[in-house]
Design a protein around this ligand. Sequence first.
Ligand code: ADP
Ligand code: MG
Length: 644
Amino acid sequence: MSAAPLLELDAVSRFYVSGTTVVRALDDCSLKIWAGEFVAIMGQSGSGKSTLMNVIGCLDRPTAGHYRVNGQDVASFDGDGLAELRRNTFGFIFQRYNLLANATAEENVEIPAVYAGLARDERRSRARELLVQLGLGERSHHRPTELSGGQQQRVAIARALMNDPPVILADEPTGALDSRSGLEVMALLKELHATGRTLILITHDEHIASQAERVIRLRDGRVIDGFDAVAPTTPRLPSAHRGGTPGLLPEILESTKMALRSLRVNFFRTALTLLGIVIGVASVVTMLAIGSGSTKKVMEQISAMGTNLLIARPGALGFRGGGDIVTMTPDDAEAMTEIPNVDLVLPERSSRYTARFGNLDYMTTVTGAWPSMPEMRDWALSAGSFFNDRDLAGYAPVTVLGSTVVKQLFPNDEDPIGRFVLLRNVPFEVIGVLAPKGASMFGSDQDDVVFIPLSTGLIRLFGGAHVHSITMKVADLTRIAETEQAITKLLRERHRIEDFSVRNMASMIEMATATQKTLTLLLGAVALISLIVGGIGVMNIMLVSVTERMREIGVRVATGARMRDIMLQFNTEAAVVCMIGGVIGVALGIGIGLLLRAFGIDVLFSPWPSVGAFASALVTGLVFGFLPARKAARLDPVVALASE
Ligand code: ADP
Ligand code: MG
């Protein structure tokens, strides 16, 4: 005789407290069920049969007493342990089949194996094999609504057999069937018993009960007959357990598939839920594209005006008479070249003088400058070349003429290069002609100018050693303020008094940047609000969905799902909704942007708003899916299964 019974209830009670009354659904029940037995449980409605079945199947825990499976007290198992025990030991068959309406017969049968971590192909072939064995080979791709009651119950039996459990628990399996289907199902169950499985069957029907080896009778939660367990002479051992738990990735894939299915079933509702997320994401993408488009345009306009320039002039800011101050020199300019982020330095000194060629005189502005002038002003030459560092160092008497001056002094299209012009009666050789620039922003003729090396100018024309301005071009526009400070500091050290001013032409850029930041912040806030609204929508729908799908959750738990699996499933559903919304939103946002561009609005796309918006949508799904998922996972399986 084998040592321990397969299942043993030792003074088990299960009380329900409703209001002030205590319902003793099970009251001090002791039972032994041996491996391989066929036991029928009978009793009137409300006598505690289902409660007993739930306790046996580890869906419910006893209020008092001990329940042992294979000699182990179930009280010693945690949630995951119980899930594993259910998965490996019990196959449930319910009166109302409890198939998932959205899944095919085959997919329904597969469910317990999903939680047992069986590989997809293996799972599929086993499910198909079971359906063929049960005479449903042709029906494996049908949904429950396309099957008769008897067929649905056979699918449920196949599902119960999926993990090859040693114990089959059937709660009135023929109760909802016509008599012929009932007989078929009973024949199947008896076959299962014949192959060595322990069969525990709840029934109303004396005829069915009479086919069992033992009948346990319940009345008011107490066993009144059949508790005297007869140990079988040849103990039949339970079949090998299938172990293992699913990996996270296959489970996420499985959950995603389930999620897509349930979203498709509720297509209209899903579409409405998506709308919030789609609008949120699309608005982020479009608005930021418009924002950066306008920023780019403003920046381009500003840089065309030369705002990456800093100008140091003699005389304190706001005081007139800077012209009298003679302390700013080419040496200051030389020092500026050492300042980091200063790209180009251009000291200048100008005066109005008469230029003469042959018998033609023309009054123009003569500017002494450095060779950096063409690059600083972005000014190309139309002939010859600009003077270089050697000319500057050697006090070369050379000049480069603006196009207006050329027109005045060489009216007959002669080539001025190589000719000598007199500037204030000093001869200078023409070595280059500047390309025409046209009128300036303020209407003056920019081409009415003559450039000479600053060194030559100071010695031969202007007199004195001072300059009128030093223009500096910064390399990195974002650090212009810092560079301005460095220049001010250096000049202060060199001059010891504040006899100069440094003007920052980039202040306009700063203003534009500040405006842009405000705009971005505003857009971000709008986007965040719509995402939150969308997320609340998702949460709302998911909560409804959990309530609607109580039975599904109960079935999943009964077939061995852990809390984690249920959480994962509902969280995945929320995440999938939001991801779909994110993708549609990004596409829509780009589409609207392109449309606006076609209408001539400046739109600049960069990947980050799209990536960010999509990621926010996903995070929204995870955050707002958490509450419904937790609600689903915390459902009491007994309550879930009993729900309508
Ligand atoms: P049976 O399956 O034999 O019809 P049950 O096991 O379903 O009986 O119920 C036994 C008793 O426990 C009944 O009186 C029922 O009303 C009560 N009961 C069952 N489930 C609950 C519950 N969740 N809360 C309160 N009472 C319950
Ligand atoms: Mg019942």
